[in-house]
Design a protein around this ligand. Sequence first.
Ligand code: ADP
Ligand code: F6P
Length: 476
Amino acid sequence: MPSKLIVVSNRIPMGDSSSGGLVVALHDVLARSGGLWVGAHPDTGSDDGTLELVGSEPYRRLAFRLSETDLKNYYLGFSNSVLWPLCHRRGDLVDHQPGFEEAYRAVNRRIALRIAELADPDDLVWVHDYHLLPLAYELRSLGVRNRIGFFLHIPFPALGDLSMLANPEDFAEWISHYNLLGLQTRGDVARCLEMYRADPRAEFLPSGCVRFRDRITSIRSFPIGIDVEGFRAGLLEEEDCPFAQEKPEALIIGVDRLDYTKGLLNRFRAFGRYLETRPEGTRPCFLQIAPPSREKVQAYQDITRELEEISGHINGAYAEIDWTPIRYIHRNVERKSLARLHNMAQACLVTSLADGMNLVAKEFVAAQDPGDPGVLILSRFAGAAEDMTEALQVNPYDVEDIAAAIRQALAMPKLERVARHRACMDVVEDTESSVWAKTFLKVLGKCPLSLTEKLLTPGKDSSGTEEAESDAEVHR
Ligand code: ADP
Ligand code: F6P
């Protein structure tokens, strides 16, 4: 029987307009390669062990149901009130509650039971994101010996921040059950290796892999990207211009889930600061699209309120009868409209305080006219900044710095815009989602299945090719 790809993630697309980098990237990948995608059903219900088929095209999607309590403790709780803030350097928002970690482990155990039933011996299992860190540990304890890879879409936590977990040593243990750990950036790999360096149970092999007890894990970066053509297709749709009535003379755009990690407050403040000092008579418009996210978590309710206050305050100070400087849209927008809006904008603001990659940065670049492109203003704390060095990089904690970048972007000569865009576009093309997935799966497919196999071919991967040698070099 030919092997199949089993992708597992908390969220799967349900036919709605999805937001969030993980769903967008994996949909693009599975739509091309086919396979099976297992994830959580958006509606809660009792878990009777069955997986519900939620669609058949263009790949199979199976969903498991979470109870109300699991949703609260596993998803909103341990995943999004402990791991999320911890990985994004917001220790002040980490909220430990009784039952969170227990539910997290129990849900992972239940999902492992389903996957163990579905997986044939040669299948590749690809697990995604922080909701499912212990999944391989659970699968191994059920006897699953398949190659299992994990991709972390968010930043790898700093060593010191791991101490905020009740059992910090779990992280190293959970990861060690994967054959391959994929991270977004070289900076993430460095932080992960730092964790293992500090752990006496870990040993670094000449291949660059980490040996932890009797297990070997390869750790390297695979910067995630977008489906460039797929996203640009939105530009070809024959539709009315979204600004048909009143097209702004200068449009600045921001598109983010409403999350405290995205640096929205300083972004709004910086636009306010720019308005204060802008060239006389100009009427720029800042369009911020920020759909709600994880609304039951207190920190998300707080940021929603603060953002409303600040946008009201700035509009109150600067708006005129026929001009509203900030347009703040608190809902999802169709992806095809996003491409057109990006295309119309002179600048895009990405001001994350911490961010795994940030696909919006790549979407903005992809949507530009290469002959007359807009300028990407990019936080140096977004993973995308590691390679997109020709974006206007800013310190998102410094409002003046962001305001100065807006000024520079709106006044930038065309020649400079074209050159900067070309350099950014090279990165977008090099990291396309299909390349990202292919590279990850190729490396996973070559990972040794067991320690014995590794020791029989020292310095080589299981297939003994030189290529894997150089793969290992990447993450030293
Ligand atoms: P994250 O994964 O933290 O949400 P990313 O920037 O990596 O951040 O990915 C966000 C994805 O969600 C992008 O593909 C973006 O286009 C999409 N998205 C964000 N906001 C919206 C929205 N309002 N409507 C539709 N898609 C959105
Ligand atoms: O890309 C990071 C991520 O946390 C994904 O894991 C997640 O699917 C996405 O952002 C959106 O978050 P949520 O699934 O909680 O709406």
